[in-house]
Design a protein around this ligand. Sequence first.
Ligand code: C2E
Ligand code: CA
Ligand code: CA
Length: 658
Amino acid sequence: MLLIDPARGIIVDGNRAACEFYGYPEEILRGMQLSRINTQGDADIHHEMQNALAERRNYFVFYHRLARGEVRTVEVHSSSIIVDGRTLLFSIVFDITQRKLAEHSLRTASLVFENSSEAMSVLDPHGYMITVNPAFTAVTGYPPEEAVGAHKSLLQSDREDPEVYRTLWQTIEATGSWQGEIWTRRKNGERFLRWLSVSTIYDENGVVKSRVAQFSDVTRKRETDELIWRQANFDALTGLPNRAMFHDRLEQAIMKAARQGEQLALLFLDLDYFKEVNDTLGHAMGDRLLQLAAQRLHHCVRASDTVARLGGDEFTVILNDVAEAHSVERVVQTILRTMAEPFLLGVEKVYVSASIGITLFPADGNDADLLIKHADQAMYAAKEQGRNRFSYFTPSMQNAAQARKRLVNDLRTALDEHQFEVAYQPIVDLRTGEIRKAEALVRWRHPQRGLISPAEFIPIAEQTGMVMDLGDWVFRQAAHQAAKWRAAHHPAFQISVNVSPVQFRDDGINQEAWLYYLERLGLTGHAVAVEITEGLLMDATPAVSQQLYSFRDSGVQVALDDFGTGYSSMAYLKKFDIDYLKIDRAFVQNLTPGSDDLALCEAMIVMAHKLGILVVAEGVETAEQRDLLAASGCDFAQGYFFSRPVPAEEFDRLFVKG
Ligand code: C2E
Ligand code: CA
Ligand code: CA
């Protein structure tokens, strides 16, 4: 409260509150020039005081400077009083700085809100829109009357994984804010990418009062970004990755292969006779040829592989995770075949071919530059050898590839030329020690190379489809032998044959023929069993299941080979009505009392027995292994300890011994 003398423009008196507010002791405040605290000029002060005296207005807003220099906004209510014949102004001063500030920021906020080019909406704590600004309507197409009261999910787009929205709101719940790009839906259904920033307003108790979502349409920007990125990384003519992108991908592929201990192949491909096409038919046709060639190449590889164009008629292919060299060769053969097919350019039918160089990581080089260099050299070697062919970088690989090619050829005639034999390995009943079963294992006696292991030629027979005829032949041999041994040794003698998953493909095994063969020998289905692998069950088609069930119906038992090395699913055993489970040699090899492998064998045996399945242990080589297995309740065993796989005549002598 101040008492002011308007005639002299001085403060006559102030109360304690005034002294405290202005920060002056009473004796200084008293008699102080009004202009010391009022920031306006003397003329203005005088004018306002005249207003007060005339009672034209009774309150004023001034800016008063305090003793420490700070300026506050004050509201002054004045009325004139007469003291000792003098007209003074009795003024009550209210500090309204805070209120003014708040009003101001509200006003600017709402100005910003209304005029911002950024779309904004204010949400209540439950995600319903309380208010939206004009930009919101411009961007989303929703007028305020439709948006206000609607849930935030109004803008949710099916182009975005719902999981993204969920984590977004989880983040907001937890931290109060989120920023990022997110796909959104306009009222007309159009989808757009918005840059969204959400912040939260809390009340004084920390409870969420509202949230402000602010966003802009960045679809265009993303599109230009993508376009720039595409131009920098992709070949405009073919749409394939360009040299820069190819380098990136190769570096990444090498890193991944190194980390995971995998092999990768890099192919260098050059079109033969491209220059001739370009020269005779013109550049436009040459370009078209490159586009078509790129498409064909692309179709020859898996989605995870990379096809790139380095420039001109040079292409590269990165094949990731190649298990074996011959799987690379398969792809390369496909590429050569595809490229050799005629290209239709306008009315012209054009023939070109490709020359391909192959390098393998890590064998032929362990960095990108070296691999590229070697692949390039290998490609030139292929060109020199007469085009339309491939060449490996390393001579040793070249040799291996040639050896394999010869083997494929030799295998074609092996069956007709009676080069196959069947060896039998006894399977012993662990309770009695008697030989009641045998496994038939095929052998190839190659005229030049001698005995070749099935591990080497079965995969080739599988790839070439020859395993069908070979499998039929082994089956007939085994059935024939079972009939003999049933007559000579034991009426329940059983021989198991290994059946490749490939035999189940397409039309599958001709079971009628197999059963007819057994019948002619006077045998029931029980005389033979088939050994299958878990892989077959894992991707069993209905046709495969059907074949397995019809084996069961005809009394042919089914054994699951190499158990424990793959998926080892008990569920499959039950589903497919498996009769025997063969524990893989890997577990038997290191059996010692108290070992983990023993615990694993015991577990497999117990579980199998629960399902009514008998267990055969493979690869038993010592008496200790046999004893541990017998003590664990294992039903049968086979392995070198009892006998190696032997020809039938030799097997006869085992019966005598046993
Ligand atoms: P498999 O079915 O697991 O056959 C067992 C393999 O272990 C045989 O190798 C056998 O000689 C060997 N073996 C047996 N006892 C012992 C032992 O105590 N110690 C050791 N270290 N090895 C033992 P083999 O004859 O070389 O056959 C290899 C694979 O070739 C077989 O593995 C089987 O998957 C496949 N195979 C053999 N014959 C045929 C056939 O007629 N058709 C098909 N599709 N595959 C066959
Ligand atoms: Ca087997
Ligand atoms: Ca096995």
